[in-house]
Design a protein around this ligand. Structure first.
Ligand code: NAP
Length: 459
């Protein structure tokens, strides 16, 4: 029986990743009665909060305000933020294991699923997530360019990321100006020539992955008219059952029917066409993307909630100069950590990391890298709690790490010239961003380069 978690020997936990799942793993540890714990949270960026900062759309500030909860967690005793430290590169998992009794991998799903069709990599074809990172000023995507001189754009996928991308493309500069959208994106979008936005779903309206609030917003855009044709939203018998049995489907269908019942006017300069039951089979063009071939689908599988899209062989070609592929995120492997290539996740049982089917002592996972890229921010709360419960169950049998004082790790990081950004450092960066935003009536103006953030700490 170990004494880990006592006053004499607090439990040392490293959390890798500072997005919602990381913070929701820290919270129940802090709240655990009688447990003495120190939590060190690592992030490769100098700024915390993962997708809350880099993913949530700038015109959804309410969703972003969840960071107030994370601020409290980060400033509680025993918590240290280790920003600007890349686990797996600046410091290895093996090193972390020497200094921590337990590690919770909560590093999210950083890349995208591929369509796997010809022309996918043509200039003009982008992942939705790169566009999201770009308009949110994420340093990885700062220098990307999107050819917004194109008039016709397609967004592939029916999830909330697809909705975010389509909505940002559809909004006027005035609708975005007082948000914290990155200035370079606002400037580029102000010059946008986009007139037609197609949203392409491989399954039907009833199988849309977006949530009702997101589709509703499309009906309230200043200069963009949503176009939903009645024939696009007619439901198969199994889809009718899905609508009857699922509240979200029912609410989404209500909104889609309301949109379909509208009389289209020419008063707005942009249109957003919803096209269901179509899969892209080829992106065509010479030097760059010129069109997209779609195959019409029908639903197969019979049973409600199990219907799959099956191509009918009938195709159509849409002239589009830009495509945003929004078909889901995908997790990446981390050196020294078991990984399942098939699912893009860290294999686990309720958060206990598994290697060849057996739990790896002291190694846990939470969030998208645990369960896959699904759910809203709040979904991470019970998910991370489940992981922490496994850790606490294992606590009596955990082997204490050999070097609780991370002297060797600090020396390793110093040797590599890594400037560790503590939470107090981040608060300085945060304050400067907010002050910069005030000047232009925005909640904040983000630093879009890591060097700029670090410079604040030198000044
Ligand atoms: P998502 O919700 O999983 O949606 C992915 C979409 O891509 C689905 O419509 C899916 O269709 C489609 N798709 C997958 N493979 C495809 C293929 N090969 N060809 C054509 N379409 C394909 O993923 P997401 O939009 O990336 O969002 C990730 C998570 O973040 C979601 O849980 C989402 O709700 C959440 N999120 C929430 C908000 C918010 O709350 N405002 C904002 C952004 C993201 P099928 O259904 O047929 O598989």
């Amino acid at each position: 029986m170990s004494t880990l978690g006592t006053e004499a020997r607090p439990l040392r936990v490293a959390i890798v990743g500072s997005g919602p799942s990381g913070f929701y793993a820290a919270q129940p540890l802090q709240k655990q009665d009688g447990l003495h714990v120190t939590i060190d949270m690592f992030d490769r960026l100098p700024a915390p909060f993962g997708l809350v900062r880099g993913g949530v759309a700038p015109d959804h500030p309410k969703i972003r305000s969840v960071t107030k909860v994370y601020d409290k967690i980060a400033t509680a005793p025993g918590f240290t933020f280790w920003g600007n430290v890349k686990v797996g590169e600046d410091v290895s998992i093996e090193t972390l294991r020497r200094h921590y009794d337990a590690i919770i991998l909560a590093y999210g799903a950083e890349t995208d699923r591929k369509l796997g069709i010809p022309g996918e990599d043509l200039p003009g074809s982008h992942t939705a997530t790169s566009f999201v990172g770009w308009y949110n000023g994420h340093p990885d995507y700062r220098d990307l360019e999107f050819d917004l001189s194109q008039e016709a754009v397609a967004v592939i996928g029916l999830g909330n990321v697809a909705m975010d991308v389509a909505r940002i493309l559809a909004k006027t500069p005035d609708e975005l100006r007082d948000t914290d959208i990155a200035q370079h994106a606002l400037d580029a979008l102000a010059e946008s020539k986009v007139k037609t936005i197609y949203i392409i779903g491989r399954r039907g309206a009833a199988q849309s992955a977006f949530t009702t609030a997101e589709i509703k917003e499309m009906g309230h855009l200043t200069d963009c008219e949503p176009v939903v044709l009645q024939e696009e939203i007619e439901l198969s018998p199994a889809s009718v059952l899905e609508e009857e049995q699922d509240n979200n489907v029912r609410k989404n269908m209500e909104v889609l029917r309301e949109l379909a019942g509208r009389t289209l006017s020419d008063a707005k300069s942009r249109r957003m066409h919803f096209k269901f039951l179509r899969s892209p089979v080829e992106l065509k063009g010479g030097e760059r993307l010129e069109s997209m071939v779609l195959e019409k689908n029908k639903l197969e599988g019979g049973e409600p909630f199990k219907q799959k899209a099956r191509g009918t062989g009938e195709t159509e070609e849409l002239p589009v100069g830009l495509v945003f592929r929004s078909i889901g995120y995908r997790g990446l492997a981390m050196p020294g950590v078991p990984f399942d290539e098939g699912s893009g996740r860290v294999p686990n049982d309720k958060g206990r990391v598994l290697e060849n089917g057996a739990p790896v002592p002291g190694l846990y996972t939470a969030g998208w890298i645990k369960r896959g890229p699904s759910g809203i921010i709040g979904t991470n709360k019970p998910d991370s709690l489940e992981t922490v419960q496994m850790l606490l169950e294992d606590l009596p049998n955990l082997t204490p790490c050999p070097e609780p004082e991370p002297v060797a790790m600090l020396a390793e990081l110093a040797g590599k010239g890594v400037r560790i950004v503590k939470f107090e450092d981040w608060q300085k960066i945060d304050a400067v961003e907010i002050a910069k935003g005030e000047a232009s009536g925005k909640p904040r103006e983000r630093f879009t380069r890591i060097a700029e953030m670090l410079q604040v700490l030198e000044d």
